[in-house]
Design a protein around this ligand. Structure first.
Ligand code: ZN
Length: 459
């Protein structure tokens, strides 16, 4: 059997889960279910990134020890899986001792490969990014992302030299990073030289919540080095190292350079193959603004769950948000599409079809064929093809005015039932429970409302 290894990024646990990470998890889950429908065995990895100064600060603020804090927050991320029917196969936590041991082994391998150097360094540091900022990343003396004053810091750190692998990394980006529009962006960063040497450790004095650098007591690994290796440590832990290189790694655009520059550099230095595909998704804005705690516009997954239920939330996120570009979330849009596409659209269509089958075909019901495994060669995150099928089924009913005398239209009604069956197959990766329920209703001719109409359209 063909095997596929899919990863999401691991969530940083300095804050609670929001819909951005839910979206990424669902994207991987939909992909997993799609591949499974094509007879492929899938290993789907996600988890939490639990080290770093921001996590330590968040723990202090919450009045907790870092370990207790990350234990609690990571549970909330893991729970997202259960709440939204997301079938990941393993949830890696970077505080897992096996992971930490693995990362330390990799560090020694990097040292042996001669790509680590220790030297004095003076730089402008953003505690928001947990990184030294380069010229292009500074605006008016502040971090361009966090608009925070930068700290001038001098310390002795370990650096990763990526210059020998730049050409190989560039070639890999050109074929493996998606969408294409992100390739030039990250090639420009690579070619600028800003990452020729990456600081990969921090002085323990400033930063102690992390994996110790083996053989250098004063230093802690930079959180990204620790985090990136999760994609392989998780395979070690599960006895599945044959799955490397990953087939698909899904990440947000904000961490593109870590995954398209530092990650391949680490892999090449340790003698690993590079991932086959890196899919970079956009951000979800809310009412036209970036989601942020201070604006108070963060959408919690639980709010969607309570309003729409599991499958409808899964559907709406992919129907309304574009995968690669930034998208805008509004409750009004989601309500409108829920009522339009699901309550009035699909839900009504299924109920009508069952009614028609009942009044004309019931004696012949066994003639509705069981559709074999569907093959959808070009998987896309948009639901356009499926909605075309639903429209076709609707038109099929109105064109023939089937409802007037259904007994004269047994052939058309059988076709209609087949179309609905196909719709359910195609919807299955997005709405797994609904797909099974549609087929159950069709088979048992037992019509039950799939999507109750929302009573109020605004919150
Ligand atoms: Zn910053």
């Amino acid at each position: 059997m063909k095997k596929t290894y899919i990863t999401t990024s691991i969530a940083y646990v300095n804050a609670e889960p929001h819909i951005g990470f839910l979206y990424e998890l669902l994207a991987a889950d939909v992909l997993k279910r799609y591949h499974q429908s094509q007879d492929t065995e899938v290993f789907f990895l996600t988890g939490t990134d639990e080290h770093g100064i921001k996590v330590a600060q968040a723990a202090t603020k919450a009045g907790k020890e870092p370990q207790q804090f990350v234990d609690e927050v990571s549970k909330k991320f893991e729970q997202l899986g259960k709440n939204f029917n997301i079938n990941f196969d393993y949830f890696i936590r970077t505080t897992n001792p096996d992971h930490q041991k693995f990362v330390q082994e990799k560090w020694l391998q990097l040292a042996e490969a001669g790509v680590l150097k220790k030297r004095k360094y003076t730089g402008l540091y953003c505690s928001g990014c947990e990184a030294f900022k380069t010229e292009g990343e500074i605006e008016g003396g502040k971090c361009a992302i966090h608009e925070k004053e930068l700290e001038k810091i001098e310390e002795e750190n370990w650096f990763l030299d990526i210059q020998n692998s730049k050409l190989e990394i560039r070639n890999w980006i050109e074929t493996s990073v998606f969408p294409e529009s992100r390739r030039q962006e990250v090639i420009n960063i690579l070619e600028s030289g800003a990452y020729d040497e990456v600081s990969v450790s921090r002085s323990k004095e400033r930063y102690s919540w992390g994996v110790p650098v083996p053989g250098d007591e004063g230093q802690i690994m930079y959180v990204w080095v620790d985090a990136l290796f999760n994609y392989i440590s998780a395979l070690e832990i599960n006895g599945k190292t044959d799955l490397w290189p990953a087939d698909i790694q899904i990440v947000g655009k904000d961490i593109l350079k870590f995954h398209a520059i530092i990650w391949p550099a680490l892999l090449l230095a340790c003698g690993y193959d590079l991932p086959k595909k890196l899919l970079v998704h956009g951000f979800i804005n809310v009412d036209g603004k970036k989601m942020s705690k201070s604006l108070g516009n963060v959408i919690a997954p639980q709010q969607l769950l309570e309003r729409y239920g599991v499958d409808a939330t899964r559907y709406l996120l992919f129907r309304q948000l574009s995968f690669y570009d930034d998208s805008n979330f509004t409750w009004e849009d989601f309500d409108r599409v829920y009522n339009g596409d699901l309550a009035n659209g699909l839900g009504n269509l299924v109920a009508r079809t069952i009614g028609l089958v009942r009044s004309s075909l019931e004696p012949l019901i066994r003639t509705i064929p069981k559709v074999e495994l569907p093959v959808f060669p070009d998987f896309q995150y948009d639901l356009a093809t499926i909605n075309l099928l639903i429209n076709k089924a609707d038109q099929h009913i109105s064109k023939h005015r089937i409802w007037v005398k259904p007994e004269d239209y047994t052939k058309e009604i059988a076709e209609l039932a087949n179309l609905i069956w196909e719709v359910s197959d195609r919807l299955e990766p997005f709405m797994p429970e609904t797909a099974v329920e549609i087929r159950r209703q069709l088979t048992e001719l037992d019509s039950k409302p799939l999507f109750p109409r929302l009573k109020t359209e605004t919150l």
